[in-house]
Design a protein around this ligand. Structure first.
Ligand SMILES: Cc1cc2nc3c(=O)[nH]c(=O)nc-3n(C[C@H](O)[C@H](O)[C@H](O)COP(=O)(O)OP(=O)(O)OC[C@H]3O[C@@H](n4cnc5c(N)ncnc54)[C@H](O)[C@@H]3O)c2cc1C
Length: 315
């Protein structure tokens, strides 16, 4: 039997957590998982879903801030995020079903620390940090330092995640997230990849690539990033972005995209399970990485990529 209290502010939530309570936001991981027998409900639970100020999206002083209680549905309907962090929209668009997206929060997705979570790779590519508040105050932690293993974070049990923050991308930036899935709804990533690129003077000036469900924690792939930076995109005709196949030809950027995919496959250490063998996942790592990079470059150069990019890249 679990005990349940509801916090009305951050201090009350942190106090309950310091007393051993586990926070629940939308409950689509914690409660649904318990009902399905994944793990028993914690003995003590604190509801945080009514704490004012923990949801909402703002852009100020070059920082995009997304409150922990922001639902996937709210992310999807945010004009600010659509232009700044399209890769995050690609992820939120494919989380579960309509009901999951209406109730599930960004904070719950990130703090669950699943290697298959969909928002993780795009957020990592956007250089995001989480804002954690505990009894000792507030601190910011980069995502690479937050996730320490499957289902594990470096946050202490009494630290509440208040928000995700990321730098507002400059002009000429684009991001995308692509996952391999067997169904379009109610599916967990078999494998996934995200890319963030900046393009200036016709060349890739910055690149970040991250992979999902391929390593114990979602991580960046330096080899993929090195393959892309400095590579020229070619003439405007070939970068119009209408046809993702243009970049798979033997152009400088086509070679770089291919190399980025190979580096992602080399970095993968996947498991075999009922959904896919390790060998299949490794082979698909290259495919989803190429698709994510192509979609990010297309967006960065003004081309149109519909959300979610997973559907666009399968055309
Ligand atoms: C049918 C179904 C389909 C799903 N499909 C997908 C999918 O396609 N992709 C995907 O990534 N996920 C999927 N999920 C998982 C889940 O919906 C998401 O991870 C969701 O974003 C979790 O948010 P939540 O608010 O419901 O988390 P909760 O269940 O409330 O919490 C999850 C974990 O995070 C902790 N937590 C929550 N908020 C905070 C906070 N502010 N500070 C500190 N800790 C916190 C909780 O203690 C708990 O450990 C699915 C779930 C279901 C039930």
């Amino acid at each position: 039997m679990s005990t349940y209290v509801e916090a009305r502010d951050v201090a009350a939530a942190v106090a309950a957590m310091a007393d051993g309570a586990r926070p629940v936001a939308g409950g689509t991981d914690l409660v649904v998982g318990a009902r399905h027998g994944k793990a028993p409900l914690p003995e003590s639970i604190v509801g945080i879903h009514r704490i004012p100020g923990l949801d909402g999206i703002s852009v100020a002083d070059g920082v995009v801030r997304i409150g922990a209680l922001t639902s996937h549905a709210a992310i999807l309907s945010s004009p600010e995020l659509a232009s700044a962090t399209a890769g995050l929209l690609d992820a939120s668009a494919i989380v579960g079903s309509h009901a999951t997206r209406a109730n599930g929060t960004l904070g719950g997705n990130v703090m669950n620390a699943s290697p298959a979570m969909d928002t993780g790779a795009p957020l990592l590519c956007h250089d995001a940090s989480v804002v954690l508040t505990g009894p000792g105050g507030t601190r910011r932690v980069g995502l690479a330092e937050l996730w320490t293993g499957p289902g594990k974070t470096s946050a202490s049990p009494d630290e509440l995640m208040e928000a995700v923050e990321l730098p507002l991308p400059p002009e000429g930036a684009g991001s995308a997230y692509v996952r391999l899935q067997y169904r379009r709804q109610m599916e967990i990533a078999v494998v996934g990849a995200a890319a963030y690129v900046e393009v200036s003077d016709g060349a890739v000036s910055a690149a970040r690539v991250a992979i999902t469900a391929l390593t114990p924690v979602i991580c960046r792939v330096p080899g993929s990033e090195e393959a892309l930076v400095g590579r020229r995109l070619g003439s405007n005709d070939s970068v119009s972005g209408e046809n993702p196949a243009v970049w798979t030809q033997t152009t400088e950027i086509g070679d770089a995209i291919h190399a980025a995919g190979q580096a992602a496959a080399a970095a993968a250490t996947p498991i075999s399970d009922v959904r896919a063998s390790a060998g299949y996942r490794t082979a698909m790592a290259a495919v989803v990485t190429r698709r994510a990079v192509t979609a990010a470059l297309t967006r960065a150069t003004g081309g149109s990529v519909t959300v979610p990019a997973s559907d666009w890249s399968e055309r």
